[in-house]
Ligand binder design. Structure first.
Ligand code: SF4
Length: 570
C-alpha cells in the first residue's frame, strides 16, 4: 500500500507570530521581501518615532538552499530589476547581454530561418542568466536587509479562519514511509501571519488549496501550462557566442502540438538549451523528455552540440493561460504573486520580470496594510495595482495568445496575426480555453504508429553522447530526497491507474513525468497484469503530473523540506 504525505493529525505544534509570511524564495518572493524591506527602511528614516520592525517577516523556501529548485532558460527583461535595484547590472551574476537572435522553423531533416525575427522574440537589451545563481544573489540581498529566510521549510497547509487566511503550517519532518514518527521527528510550525503571500511558483500546492477553497477559478479561464525540459551543455570554444539566442518551432512536434525550443549562449562555452511542450497535447504517448532528445537529433542541433558534453538537467512547468486565467490575486489575509498567479507572457516566453514586479506590488500593498488596524482586510488594492501597472499593459494585448493555438499551429498563427492588428482581441474579445488534460485523447482515438510513438522507440535508450534516457538525465539534476518518507505524489484512487488508465490512455504518467517517477510494473494479481509503482525520490518538482493526469487524481504535495533537485548553475 502506498502511504501519502500529509501533516500528522493530533500533534501539538510550535506557534510563531508573523507580520508577513512569504511562501517561496524564488524571484517573486524575494523581490517582495526586498521591496518590503526598502519601504520599511524608508519609513523608519522618515519617522524615527514610529519604527516598523522587520523581525516578524519571514520567507519560507522548500529547497535546502535558495535557488536550488529554480529553473528557467533564462532570459531576463531588466525592467523590473531596474525599478527594484537601480544599478543591479554591475553586481548581479549575468551570463551575457543578448546580442544576436534568430528563429528557425524545423522539419525532420531541414531548417528554414525566418528572414526577420518576430517582434516578441527580439531580445536585444535582455540578459541571459542562470536563474539559480541570480536567485542566490537576490537572496543574499534579502538576508542582508535583516529578513529571515527559512530554507528547507515547505508550506504544507494554509491556516484558515472562516474566509480568511491566517498563516501557514510548515511540513512535519522525520515521518517514515508508513506515516509513523521517526526518532528525529519534528512537528511543523504554525506560522500565524497577518499577511500570507504565496510565491510558490507554477501550480503551487497552497495556491491550489486556496483556489479550490474560495473557488477563485470561477468565471476565469482554466489555467493552461507547458513543461520546459532543459539541459545545460559545455561546448567546444567558439560554437555559440555568449548572448546568442536561437529559437525553433516545428519538429519534433507536429502542428497539433504547441511548443518550441530555446538555445542561449552563456559565458565559458556553456549553453542552455531546452524544449517547452504545451501540456495540452492530444497523444497520451507524448513524452516531453523524449521530445528534447528528438530535437537534439536534428542535424542542425546535433552539429551545434557535437563534441560537447551534458552538464545539468531539469524540468519545470510554466503557466501559459494569460490574463483570463489569472485568479483574483488577493483576499482576506492573502496575496498570490509570480508564476503561482500566472504572471507570464507566453508570446514573449518571459515571466521573471513579471514575477519580480508582482512581488514588488504585493510588498507595496502589504506595507500599506501593515499600517492599518486590520492588515488582513486591507489587501484588496493589490489587484488594482497589478491592472494599472505595466504588468497589465504587457499582458492585456496578449490575453488571447495561447488560446488561439488550441486548434493547432496554423490556426494559432492566424489568430496571433489577427490579434496583432486588433489590440489582442482577434476574432472575439475573450477566447475561452479548455484545461490541457481534457484535450488528451484515448489510445484508441490516436494512430497506433504516431510521431510520439516513433519518438519513444527511437529515444528509448539514448546514445549516451547526444541523447540520454531519463535516468541518465535525472542523474544530472542532482535530485535527492529523504527516502524513508511517505509518497508526496498523492494518487487519490490507484484502482483507476491499474484498471482504467492502463488500457484507456496507456498510463501516460510514465511518459509525461520527466523523472521516471511513475512506472507500471508486472503484478500477477493486478486486473490488467500491471500496477502503478512510484519512485518519489526521483521527483524534480515540475508539477506536470498534477497538471496533465487525464483523471485529475494526482496531487503533488511538498516532500520533506530540503529534498528535491539541485539546479546549481541552471
Ligand atoms: Fe514532475 Fe510529477 Fe514527475 Fe515529480 S512526479 S518530476 S512533479 S511529473
Amino acid at each position: 500500500m502506498i502511504v501519502f504525505r500529509k501533516p500528522l493529525p493530533g500533534i501539538e505544534r510550535p506557534q510563531m507570530e508573523a507580520d508577513v509570511v512569504i511562501v517561496g524564495g524564488g524571484p517573486a518572493g524575494l523581490a517582495c521581501a526586498l521591496r518590503l524591506s526598502q519601504l520599511i527602511d524608508d519609513h523608519n528614516r522618515r519617522f524615527p518615532n514610529q519604527q516598523i520592525s522587520k523581525e516578524n517577516i519571514y520567507v519560507l523556501e522548500k529547497a535546502r538552499e535558495l535557488g536550488q529548485h529554480c529553473l528557467s532558460g533564462a532570459l531576463l527583461d531588466p525592467r523590473a530589476m531596474n525599478e527594484l535595484l537601480p544599478g543591479w547590472r554591475d553586481k548581479a551574476p549575468i551570463e551575457a547581454e543578448v546580442k544576436k537572435e534568430s528563429v528557425y522553423f524545423l522539419r525532420e531533416k531541414s531548417k528554414f530561418k525566418l528572414p526577420i525575427t518576430p517582434p516578441p522574440l527580439r531580445d536585444h537589451g535582455n540578459y541571459a542568466i542562470s536563474i539559480n545563481k541570480f536567485v542566490k544573489w537576490l537572496g543574499e540581498k534579502v538576508e542582508a536587509e535583516g529578513i529571515t529566510v527559512f530554507t528547507g521549510f515547505a508550506g504544507a497547509e494554509l491556516l484558515l479562519d472562516d474566509d480568511s487566511v491566517v498563516g501557514v503550517r510548515t511540513d512535519d519532518k522525520g515521518v517514515d514511509k508508513e506515516g509513523n514518527k521517526k526518532d528525529n521527528f519534528e512537528p511543523g510550525y504554525d506560522l500565524k501571519a497577518k499577511i500570507t503571500i504565496l510565491a510558490e511558483g507554477t501550480r503551487g500546492s497552497l495556491t491550489k488549496q486556496l483556489i479550490s477553497r474560495f473557488e477563485l477559478d470561477k468565471d476565469r479561464n482554466p489555467q493552461t501550462y507547458g513543461v520546459g525540459v532543459k539541459e545545460l551543455w559545455e561546448l567546444p570554444a567558439g560554437r555559440i557566442a555568449p548572448g546568442e539566442v536561437i529559437y525553433t518551432m516545428g519538429w519534433p512536434l507536429t502542428t497539433k502540438e504547441y511548443g518550441g525550443s530555446w538555445i542561449y549562449g552563456f559565458k565559458g562555452n556553456i549553453v542552455s538549451l531546452g524544449f517547452v511542450t504545451g501540456l495540452d497535447y492530444p497523444d497520451p504517448r507524448l513524452d516531453p523528455q523524449t521530445v528534447l532528445q528528438s530535437f537534439k537529433r536534428h542535424p542542425f542541433i546535433a552539429s551545434l552540440l557535437e563534441g560537447g558534453k551534458l552538464i545539468r538537467y531539469g524540468a519545470k512547468s510554466l503557466p501559459y493561460g494569460g490574463w483570463w486565467a489569472i485568479p483574483p490575486v488577493s483576499g482576506n489575509g492573502w496575496m498570490i504573486v509570480g508564476d503561482s498567479a500566472g504572471f507570464l507572457n507566453s508570446q514573449r516566453l518571459k515571466g521573471i520580470h513579471l514575477a519580480i514586479k508582482s512581488g514588488m506590488l504585493a510588498a507595496e500593498t502589504a506595507f500599506e496594510a501593515m499600517q492599518t488596524d486590520a492588515p488582513a482586510c486591507a489587501l484588496g488594492s493589490f489587484h488594482r495595482r497589478v491592472e494599472s501597472s505595466w504588468i497589465g499593459e504587457e499582458l492585456w494585448p496578449v490575453r488571447n495568445f495561447h488560446q488561439g493555438f488550441e486548434g493547432g499551429f496554423w490556426k494559432g498563427m492566424f489568430h496571433a496575426g489577427l490579434q496583432q492588428f486588433t489590440g489582442g482581441a482577434g476574432v472575439r474579445d475573450r477566447y475561452h480555453a479548455q484545461p490541457g488534460y481534457a484535450r488528451m485523447k484515448k489510445l484508441n482515438q490516436v494512430p497506433a504508429d504516431s510521431n510520439c510513438r516513433k519518438q519513444l522507440l527511437d529515444n528509448a535508450k539514448g546514445d549516451g553522447k547526444l541523447t540520454f534516457d531519463k535516468l541518465t538525465d535525472l542523474y544530472h539534476s542532482g535530485t535527492k530526497h529523504e527516502e524513508d518518507q511517505p509518497a508526496h505524489l498523492v494518487i487519490h484512487d490507484t484502482n483507476i491507474c491499474n484498471t482504467r488508465c492502463i488500457h484507456e490512455y496507456g498510463s501516460p504518467c510514465q511518459h509525461f513525468c520527466p523523472a521516471n517517477v511513475y512506472e507500471m510494473l508486472e503484478a500477477t494479481d493486478a486486473p490488467q497484469g500491471k500496477q502503478i509503482h512510484l519512485n518519489p525520490s526521483n521527483c524534480v518538482h515540475c508539477k506536470t503530473c498534477d497538471i496533465m493526469d487525464p483523471y485529475q487524481i494526482i496531487t503533488w504535495v511538498p516532500p520533506e523540506g530540503g529534498g528535491g533537485p539541485n539546479y546549481d548553475g541552471m
